[in-house]
Design a protein around this ligand. Structure first.
Ligand code: G6P
Length: 614
């Protein structure tokens, strides 16, 4: 959702803040704004649309000063207008506020403020915070005290960052709930604050994360942390292993393309140090549960959103097949409002790239309340999910993922889930030594297979040329590749805006077959596995209705080559690992079609990379 960047130090703040915001463009936003303070004044610039509009405005009307805060907005309350863009000001124009999240009781607060004579200049909930801080400032006389006082009145989850004209060189940042992270970057004689690590990676890798209900007073010399109530908090900075180069697009046309091509490296990294080849075992030291506890697990409850939910569906097949444990998979937004039964022998397993998705975090809170341990398959180092995972955070090591459509995070989620399944299988005695070694061998070969799959871009360009004008597409798969059909459809619709549906192929006859005609391409994942013959029947049913089949097949499948219009071949691997390979054509196809249609691949309309509001 909204992106936040702040700076205090010797440099001109506008440059640092705008540079940081440009690193967050991938989050998705509709307007942007910045406030810069010098010794005597605070100036604000705001602009609708892309960050380039704000940058151009700041060029025309420069901002001088060495402390500043900036924001990219994803509209929740009030339309996309300059007046609704952040920062928002208090009644005297002395306090500037940016926010990520939602003030759930803003209507009641606004009514109270209006009855005290406030006239609002925006429709946002954030302006309510600015007004409250402004009122409190008159009483407390300090920004820190005023923010504290204002925050006690808010309900909901918020990351709030504030400056005051009378306190130049100081930023107050606070976090309430899970609506968005606040990371503080520690430099030499300068400090940063942001919603996401990539915003400040150009400047520092030493960071501190704010926890729920914590507040930081940030000055060039350092940051002082307390709880909202004022109790001191001691926190040492940690080091983020990502380097700024990995957050650059390089020679690639889009971040999504770069991230697709990074997968051989990402898959190598997710395996690194986790396979003991000589011992024939999986090493997942991050799991804090001992072998006895792992043996006692009777149910794994997987929660995720979007692409991560698809990874969860694959994980269900893999964990149930290998470790023989019952698995349920649920969307975070559904799980959190259900009266879910979380028994003592349940393991909560959340899957999340950003580690900040508010609905996924809610499942972890529910698990904690029920006394159930949570583990996380998570990419963003130090994110809230990683910190809440009392049973261990298993990092994906995919590096920063910038493209809104998830690619390398997805395939590393699949592999991390596979590693976890093998670890569970070993401790529960559901896998023998020989089988374990076969799985390990197959995992080791996986990055090379993916690299080979990335060597044939022409096939996707041809398919894009042929199908980029269709109105609708279908994706079919069975069993462990059914979620890959869902993911293929999601990839296509989110970046090309073509209507696409993923289905388990066995459901074809129960409805979607009615959609098939000569204008509908149907992507069928038909690898050689236990349901291969069934997929062949489904393919014939599609062809009989004039649908154009794009088959994702195992290398050397002469039958499909002879009978199907388009065939994309996957290197041979174990059936449970085919989803990793089948994902690659899904990504490349969606990417090629979106580019052919001239779509904004990295920042698709209406979407956000990190969904921190409900
Ligand atoms: C957003 C993103 C998706 C992502 C989902 C879950 O919708 O656009 O790409 O799959 O959130 O995000 P997470 O960070 O929890 O994996």
């Amino acid at each position: 959702m909204c992106g936040i960047v702040g700076y205090v130090g010797p440099q001109q703040a506008a440059e640092v803040v705008l540079g940081g915001l440009s690193r967050l463009e991938y989050r998705g936003y509709d307007s942007a704004g910045i406030a810069v303070a010098d010794a005597t004044r605070i100036d604000v610039r705001r602009s609708v649309g892309k960050l380039a509009n704000l940058t151009a405005l700041v060029h025309r009307q420069p901002l001088a000063g060495t402390s500043g805060i900036g924001h990219t907005r994803w509209a929740t309350h009030g339309g996309v207008t300059e007046a609704n863009a952040h920062p928002h000001l208090d009644a005297r124009g002395e306090i500037v506020v940016i926010q990520n999240g939602i003030v759930e009781n803003y209507l009641a607060l606004k009514a109270g403020l209006q009855s005290r004579g406030h006239v609002f200049s925006s429709q946002t909930d954030t302006e309510v915070i600015a007004r409250l801080v402004g009122e409190a400032y008159e009483q407390t006389g300090t920004l820190e005290g005023a923010v504290r006082q204002a925050l006690t009145q808010l309900r909901g989850g918020n990351a709030v960052v504030v400056m005051a004209r009378r306190e130049p060189g100081r930023i107050v940042a606070a976090r309430l709930g899970n609506a968005g992270g606040v990371v503080i970057g520690v430099g030499a004689g300068e400090m940063f604050v942001a919603s996401d690590v990539p915003a400040i990676l150009d400047h520092t890798r030493r960071v501190m994360f704010l926890e729920d209900r914590e507040l930081a007073v940030i000055e060039a010399a350092g940051a002082r942390l307390t709880t909202i109530e004022g109790a001191p908090v001691t926190r040492q900075p940690m080091s983020i292993p990502w380097d700024p180069v990995s957050a650059e697009r390089g020679d690639f046309k889009h971040f999504m393309q770069k991230e697709i091509f990074e997968q051989p490296r990402a898959l190598t990294d997710v395996l690194r140090g986790r396979i003991d080849i000589d011992g024939g075992r999986i090493v997942l030291d991050e799991l804090t549960l001992d072998d006895d506890a792992l043996r006692r697990i009777e149910r794994v409850c997987i929660v995720g959103c979007g692409t991560a939910w698809h990874a969860g569906l694959v994980a269900r097949y893999v964990i149930e097949a290998l470790a023989r444990v019952r698995v349920d998979v649920e969307y975070g937004s559904e799980f959190r409002y259900r009266e879910a039964l979380l028994g003592a022998d349940t393991l909560m397993l959340v899957i999340t790239q950003s580690g900040e998705t508010v609905d996924t975090l809610a499942a972890m809170e529910a698990a904690r309340a029920a006394g159930v341990p949570s583990a996380a398959l998570v990419n963003a180092v130090g994110s809230q999910a990683a910190r809440l995972a009392d049973a261990g955070a298993i990092y994906l090591h995919a590096g920063p993922e910038i493209g809104v459509a998830s690619t390398k995070a997805f395939t590393t989620m699949l592999v991390a889930a596979y590693l976890l399944a093998l670890r569970l299988a070993a401790v529960r005695g559901t896998i023998g030594d020989i089988a374990m070694r076969q799985h390990i061998q197959a995992l080791i070969e996986l990055p090379g297979h993916v690299a080979r799959l990335l060597e044939t871009p022409q096939i996707y360009l041809d398919l894009a040329e042929r199908y980029h004008t269709v109105a609708s597409a279908l994706f079919l798969g069975r069993q462990v590749n059914y979620p890959i059909a869902l993911e293929g459809a999601l990839k296509l619709k989110e970046i090309s805006y073509i209507h696409a549906e993923g289905y388990p192929a066995g459901e074809l006859k129960h409805g979607p077959i009615a959609l098939i005609d000569r204008n509908v391409p149907v992507v069928c994942i038909a690898v050689r596995d236990a349901v291969y013959e069934k997929m062949l029947s489904n393919i014939e049913q599609v062809q009989a209705r004039g649908g154009h089949v794009i088959a994702i097949a195992t290398a050397g499948d002469d039958h499909l080559r002879r009978t199907v219009e388009h065939v994309i071949e996957l290197p041979e691997t174990l059936p449970l690992l085919t989803p990793v390979l089948a994902s690659i054509p899904m990504q490349l196809l969606a990417y090629a079609i979106a580019v052919r249609r001239g779509a904004d691949v990295d920042q698709p309309r209406n979407l956000a990379k990190s969904v921190t509001v409900e």
